[in-house]
Design a protein around this ligand. Structure first.
Ligand code: ADP
Ligand code: MG
Length: 751
């Protein structure tokens, strides 16, 4: 029996050994027991073995508060709560930050400064030093291992004890941090062991805690782990653990606190040990399972089948002054097929700034309208909504299509009229801002929802708009592209179209950095360009907390610039202006009546004026990388060589420098997104919080992309074969999933 369980649990942890002991007791005397008792014994044995192989997660215990853990003193409870640790589960995941290798005695000659080592040697001299530290003299013990000498030094000691124990000639083991003082190697207050059989091991080092010796934390954590770790159970079924070579969760956590002697310390310290891999896999796996479930649920809904008749599409395509790029044709095909299916479309269109997503949005719009449905396009800002509206008006002017613009700026009377038109089905296309998701807005037959710059909206907002139709098709667009593999895995519940080809004739924008002291040089460059008839953007950062102050800066600067460029027409554009004012200025700029547009970041997204080919960005150090790229994307849309001049004060942070370097080096939005991911970390950029994803506790989307791919593959495979996780194999998996996703899994829409 022992060998059987040994086979089942090859690397048994102490608590498992404890169970093995039970098991042995249970089956002792089995041969001579009466039948009834035999059966009892067998049942008991089976349940113990099951537990050994796959303990179930015990949520009531895991989620109980620190007060229910008798091993913790009130002082420890306070310490942990300060660290954000509130439950037993949190505590089990209080992991060492690094590991020290104490598996071998170190030769004294090989010790590097500030290394933590274990050394065994013979005592050469021992005694009180004539040197005082404070009121006391030091006690020093020098040992030798034949390769060199090492001293242990004590500030606090009992003289009698020291003299009795540290007799020259005796063998002793010292361990601790070695400092070099000139040629002398010293450990202050070494850990001492006389026993030759000292346990050589990998020692976990926990985050430092004020007023607590590292050893105390270590000892406490060891006791906690031994007593409780198995309550974690494991969400992964055996088949999966075997396929991906993973340990059970409880075992992984156990070994992270208590590494077995044969594991690589380097891997432990780089977070790449098999145990780290298990934790990361589970992180991703739960995320991807949730996405797979949502996708499955969505794809099983009955949607509307929208098939183009080309009644409008054909004349529309003919009226365009250009032909579609191959990328646009491909994506149009993808959208068309998706919309024709009776399953609802749920598609993300990723394309760099200026790649021509708008045309695709309009083509999708026409498919829906040809089929007799209404379309809603939602944009994050008024300027953008207005621009989409103007664009659509211009491009669709020869078609019998009625469209409306809905923003919060409208007067209540106008609003009511539009509401009524939407409800009665008079408007086929409604373009707007958040105003679209107001309660009063009701559609007669909403068949397609398009959301531009999707990362600007929360899940709930998107869901609200979608709910105004009956499972309409959904197309979300983003100009913040992320690397393909990441997009595939991250947006596991969306189909993805990627527009990776720019319209022909685009030249990369030439980007340069100027210090504030060289401002005059920038102005001279502008003058030269203005003389050639080029239009110019000058952009100011507007940071919300100090909006008024910043606005003043933009306004003051505007006055200065008016004087400097007195022979040209300037205009100021900012978010606090009335909608009509903004619209008027944009129209004047588009038609060439304004030469210089001084603007805050209201122009960041989507504004499209091809003949404006020079942009100056003031305080470029204050912008994020994605924002800089978006801003720069406003130029380089025509045939002229475009320029982007970044102005900054002399003093900027190194992070800002790295951002500027990245933006100067490339025009490729995908590369910039990668740099951004590197510089900022994924959480913020991917908007995972906003998208309603559960938090990743150990895994990193970028560094651990290989594990992410495996976890995604496994998750989608499982949901394809057992969408409700009904197999008994997945019993604990389902319970983990509920734990991690909670309510979030219920939201039908993701983005
Ligand atoms: P974005 O992807 O940033 O939304 P837009 O849809 O605004 O890009 O397109 C940018 C510019 O490229 C627009 O002026 C648009 O008219 C133009 N454009 C789009 N598709 C093509 C094409 N196939 N050939 C030439 N120009 C195009
Ligand atoms: Mg756009």
């Amino acid at each position: 029996m022992n060998t059987l369980t040994q086979k089942l649990v090859p690397s048994s942890a102490p608590w498992q050994q404890e169970i093995l002991k039970h098991l042995n007791q249970v089956i002792r005397g089995f041969d001579h027991a009466p039948d009834k008792e035999k059966r009892k014994k067998i049942e008991k044995a089976i349940s113990l073995i099951q537990y050994l192989i796959h303990p179930s997660p015990q949520w009531e215990i895991l989620l109980s508060s620190l007060e229910n853990i008798p091993l913790l003193t009130p002082k420890w409870r306070k310490i942990f709560k300060k660290k954000g640790i509130f439950t037993l589960e949190d505590l089990l995941y209080f992991l060492p930050t690094h590991y020290e290798d104490h598996r071998h005695f170190k030769y004294i000659k090989d010790i590097q400064p500030n290394q933590t080592v274990v050394v065994r040697g013979k005592i050469i001299v021992s005694g009180v030093l004539p040197v005082k530290q404070g009121r006391r003299k030091l006690y020093k013990v020098v040992i030798s291992d034949g390769t060199g000498q090492l001293a242990g030094v004590w500030f606090n000691y009992q003289l009698k004890y020291m003299q009795a124990e540290f007799k020259p000639g005796r063998e002793v083991t010292f361990s601790g941090l070695v400092r070099h003082y000139g040629w002398e190697k010293v450990i202050h207050h070494p850990d001492v062991s006389w026993d030759r059989e000292i346990k050589l091991e990998i020692v976990p080092v926990y985050p430092e805690i004020d007023g607590i010796y590292p050893k105390q934390t270590r000892n406490l954590m060891q006791r906690i782990i031994l007593k409780y770790v198995h309550f974690l159970g494991c969400p992964l079924p055996l088949s999966l653990r075997q396929r991906y070579k993973l340990s059970p969760l409880w075992e992984a956590v156990f070994h992270l606190h208590h590494p077995p002697a044969n594991v690589s310390v380097r891997e432990l310290n780089q977070d790449t040990s098999p145990y780290h891999r298990t934790l990361k896999f589970i992180d991703f796996f739960c995320l991807e399972l949730g996405l797979a479930i949502k996708r499955k649920a969505y794809s099983q809904k009955q949607g509307i089948s929208l098939k183009p008749s080309y009644l409008y599409i054909e004349p529309f395509l003919k009226s365009l002054p250009f032909i579609l790029t191959n990328g646009q044709k491909r994506v149009f095909e993808e959208i068309k097929q998706n919309m024709a299916s009776s399953r609802p479309m749920h598609r993300l269109l990723q394309g760099d700034v200026g790649s021509g997503k708008t045309i695709l949005a309009l083509l999708a719009t026409l498919i829906a309208i040809e089929s007799g449905y209404q379309v809603a396009i939602m944009a994050p800002t008024e300027i953008l909504a207005e621009q989409h509206f103007e664009n659509a008006q211009r491009l669709l002017k020869n078609l019998p299509i009625k469209l409306a613009l809905l923003t919060s700026q409208l007067k209540s009377k106008e609003k009511q009229a539009i509401y009524e038109g939407i409800l009665k089905g008079r408007y086929q296309l409604v373009i707007g801002t958040h105003a679209l998701i107001q309660e009063g807005v009701e559609f007669q037959r909403l068949g397609l929802v398009i959301i531009d710059e999707q990362h600007r909206f929360g899940v709930a907002q998107r869901a609200t708009l979608v709910a105004k139709g009956v499972t309409p098709d959904v197309l979300v667009m983003t100009a913040t592209p992320i690397p393909r593999t990441l997009a595939m895995t991250l947006y596991g519940d969306l189909d993805i179209s990627i527009l990776d080809e720019m319209p022909p004739g685009r030249k990369p924008v030439e980007t340069m950095h100027f210090w504030e002291k060289d401002r005059e040089q920038v102005y001279r460059f502008l003058e030269e360009k203005l003389r050639e008839g080029v239009q110019v953007y000058i952009v100011y950062p507007l940071i919300e907390e100090s909006e008024i102050l910043e606005l003043k800066a933009a306004t003051t600067m505007y006055e200065t610039l008016k004087k400097r460029f007195s022979q040209y027409k300037l205009a100021l554009l900012h978010g606090r202006m009335k909608a009509e004012e903004k619209q008027e200025i944009m129209t004047l700029f588009r038609t060439g009546s304004i030469d210089i547009l001084v603007a805050t970041t209201v122009i960041e997204v989507g504004v499209d004026v091809p003949q404006a080919s020079v942009m100056v960005i003031e305080h470029a150090e204050r912008f994020g990388l994605a924002q800089l790229h978006q801003l720069r994307g406003r130029v380089g849309r025509g045939t002229d060589q475009a320029y982007c001049l970044l102005l900054t004060p002399e003093k900027i942070t190194s992070l800002a420098k790295q951002r500027l370097k990245a933006i100067i080096e490339t025009n490729d939005g995908f590369k910039i997104a990668e740099a951004d991911l590197r510089l900022r970390g994924p959480g913020e950029i991917l908007g995972t919080k906003q998208a309603g994803f559960p938090e990743l506790r150990f895994a990193d989307m970028i560094k651990d992309i290989e594990i992410l791919k495996q976890a995604r593959e496994a998750a989608f495979h499982i949901i394809a074969t057992d969408p409700e996780l009904q197999s008994s194999e997945y019993k604990y998996l389902a319970s983990y999933l509920r734990h991690y996703w909670g309510e979030k899994l219920k939201l039908g829409m993701v983005g």
